[in-house]
Design a protein around this ligand. Structure first.
Ligand SMILES: [Zn+2]
Length: 309
């Protein structure tokens, strides 16, 4: 009997220690996988290092092939910095023209690439509340900025200016508010010096900005030394993620009042077919939306209706 009690006791002890080891192993397993840190990167082309002319951003120009390589290099430097600092997933959205500029096979193979057009959220396709941060690469200044490389707002041929709640918006502001809609803060922007200035003015001084060039005028720039630019882009991304807790999403107050000013009155004509859209001046369409995402989509539709005539 005593022997039986002893063996039962031994079995119980063995089971208990096996359980303790299993618990330890599962706890270790939990700490070894880092918490998710997803970053969304929207990449435009006019603010890429080396780009100073529209021909470099148009698919039918021989210069384009080189500029799209610079685009992927700028992007890769940022992606590298993000993974250095603990990003677990990076989604890159090609945000210029055809949105097929980034050479897929040359992008950092750890990143996901969204390419092609049209996309429902355009330059912000892929953003959702699961992201911890948003970054704008290769962005440009709003229409009417100087000196600034290839300044325009969404469509150079159709748009003179866009105001939301009275603020004259560059694309970076329109898109930052969309990130804010999903409660995602913009933590970094790259482009020319004027675009960086506009970004800090709108999104706050904490924003990490990396200037890759300084405009002489709309079609000429002093491009900074390539080697240093690539180091700065990588370091900027590291720094942005390191200070993530300092950033707040960019959120405007509802209701959202949109005002789109076109270059000519014809471009405002078809937008009047949409209920709720007003035309306070021949070249101006306005509307109010309680939901920023809906307002963003309606603004895009009005710009598409303007055509480029
Ligand atoms: Zn562009």
């Amino acid at each position: 009997m005593k022997r039986r009690i002893n063996s039962l006791f031994l079995i119980a002890m063995l089971l208990l220690s096996a359980l303790a080891v299993a618990n330890q192993l599962s706890a270790r397993g939990k700490t070894s996988s880092p918490p998710p840190l997803k970053v969304f990167v929207s990449v435009d082309m006019e603010g890429i290092w080396g780009v100073v002319h529209g021909n470099q951003c148009s698919t039918d120009s021989p210069e384009y092939q080189l500029a799209r390589k610079w685009m992927v290099q700028d992007t890769n430097a940022v992606v590298q910095g993000l993974f250095d600092r603990g990003a677990t997933e990076v989604v890159v959205n090609d945000s210029h023209g055809s949105m097929r500029n980034i050479i897929a096979s040359e992008l950092d193979p750890r990143a996901v690439l969204i390419s092609g057009s049209p996309k429902p959220l355009s330059m912000m396709e892929g953003i959702d509340p699961s992201f911890a941060a948003c970054i704008f690469v290769g962005y440009h200044a709003r229409a009417g900025s100087a000196p600034a490389i290839l300044d325009h707002t969404i469509s150079g041929a159709a748009i003179y200016s866009i105001r939301i709640n009275g603020i004259e918006m560059p694309e970076l502001g329109i898109n930052a508010a969309l990130a804010g809609y999903f409660k995602v803060p913009v933590v970094m922007l790259t482009g020319d010096t004027e675009t960086c200035r506009q970004a800090r003015e709108l999104l706050g001084k904490e924003l990490v900005t990396v200037a890759v060039k300084e405009a002489v005028n709309r079609l000429a720039a002093r491009n900074y030394a390539r080697e240093k630019v690539l180091i700065d882009l990588r370091e900027g991304a590291r720094q942005a993620l390191a200070s993530l807790k300092n950033f707040k999403p960019y959120q405007l107050q509802p209701p959202y009042q949109f005002e789109i000013n076109f270059h000519n009155s014809q471009q405002a004509e078809l937008g009047m077919l949409i209920p709720g859209v007003q035309r306070p001046a021949p070249r101006t369409l306005t509307f109010t939306s309680k939901d920023y995402l809906e307002g963003f989509k309606l603004a895009r539709a009005l710009i598409a209706l303007a055509g480029i005539s």
